[in-house]
Design a protein around this ligand. Structure first.
Ligand SMILES: Nc1ncnc2c1ncn2[C@@H]1O[C@H](COP(=O)(O)OP(=O)(O)O)[C@@H](O)[C@H]1O
Ligand SMILES: [Mg+2]
Length: 282
């Protein structure tokens, strides 16, 4: 049994259903500023795409625990807090992966995790979770409002969301460093992880702009759908050094509903080596 698998087993031993109470029956209290954040109750019928919720003991949920383990290692080793989740093209599973990742990283509320719906062209997080449309990222950028005032805590998912909001202008014009850097810096004060559910890389410049403002990007590729050339082009547009890994969404046979795979595809130093398939049978 490999060392990696041994470490994975230990991590799994500690992992719990994110929607149940923690081992000592108490959930961690959010930090003071977050205690004031309004709470939205999510009907879990709307959270069916979240494997950690719909099938916490399935292999899809297990893959996200593996991804969490890798991210924790990297976070422990250096600065890793803001992550862009993107993919080459639309409909490849960015929002699905981002919501699953938020759930697994939140650890029942022991970690403060914020998911920002940063796809202003095709935002979906609020709709997917059955939440009403509200002002969010777009309005905060346009008006300079405190982004924390637009954040909601989601129960029982135990993570926070900043919805996309709406803009009358071109979304691409909003994603400039002068506006977004201070906004992310302000949010960073309160959260352990900030996930940006971004637009796709190829048809738009937004994802490339966002990738310059975060610590790293995760690329989602959908098996049988994402062309290899589109993946390569996305990596080169974002920059190999900024692509932390690739989540393969929809791996057949791993899970009946949702399957995820993670490979440390390109290293942070840009060596460009493929780490290989984590869809082991051992
Ligand atoms: N592994 C999967 N298996 C089946 N359907 C999936 C899977 N991943 C995503 N979907 C579905 O595909 C559609 C697009 O997913 P979404 O996460 O919104 O993609 P994106 O954010 O990249 O546009 C949604 O209807 C979602 O439920
Ligand atoms: Mg999406």
């Amino acid at each position: 049994m490999s060392q990696v698998y041994e470490a994975l087993r230990k991590a799994q031993g500690q992992a719990e259903d994110p929607l149940s109470a923690s081992a000592n029956g108490r959930l961690a209290r959010p930090e003071p500023a977050l205690q004031e954040v309004p709470v939205d109750e999510v009907d879990l019928q709307f959270a069916r795409r979240i494997a950690l919720s719909s099938d916490p003991h399935g292999l899809g949920a297990d893959r996200f625990r593996l991804l969490r383990m890798r991210l924790r290692e990297l976070a422990g080793a250096g600065k890793l807090k803001t992550l862009l989740v993107t993919s080459p093209l639309p409909q490849e599973g960015k929002s699905t992966v981002a919501m699953n990742l938020a759930t697994v990283l939140a650890e029942h509320g022991r970690r403060n995790v914020l998911l920002v719906d940063a796809d202003l062209h095709h935002s979906s997080v609020a709709h997917d979770l059955g939440l009403p449309p509200r002002p969010g990222l777009a309005e905060c950028i346009e008006t300079g409002a405190d982004p924390l005032s637009a954040v909601r805590r989601l129960q029982p998912l135990a993570w926070y969301v900043l919805q996309s909001g709406t803009t009358q202008g071109n979304p691409a014009d909003l994603f400039h460093a002068e506006a977004l850097s201070p906004l992310l810096a302000r949010l960073s004060l309160h959260f352990d992880w900030i996930l940006l559910d971004g637009p796709p890389v190829i048809p738009l410049t937004d994802a490339i702009s966002l990738s310059r403002l975060v610590d790293a990007a995760l690329l989602v590729a959908r098996v049988g759908q994402t062309p290899r050339e589109a993946l390569d082009k996305s990596i080169s547009l974002i920059g190999r050094g900024s692509v932390l890994g690739i989540v393969l969404n929809g791996v057949e046979g791993l899970n009946r509903l949702y399957s995820y795979n993670y490979g440390r595809y390109y290293s942070r130093n840009g060596s460009g080596k493929q780490a290989g398939d984590t869809n082991r049978k051992d």
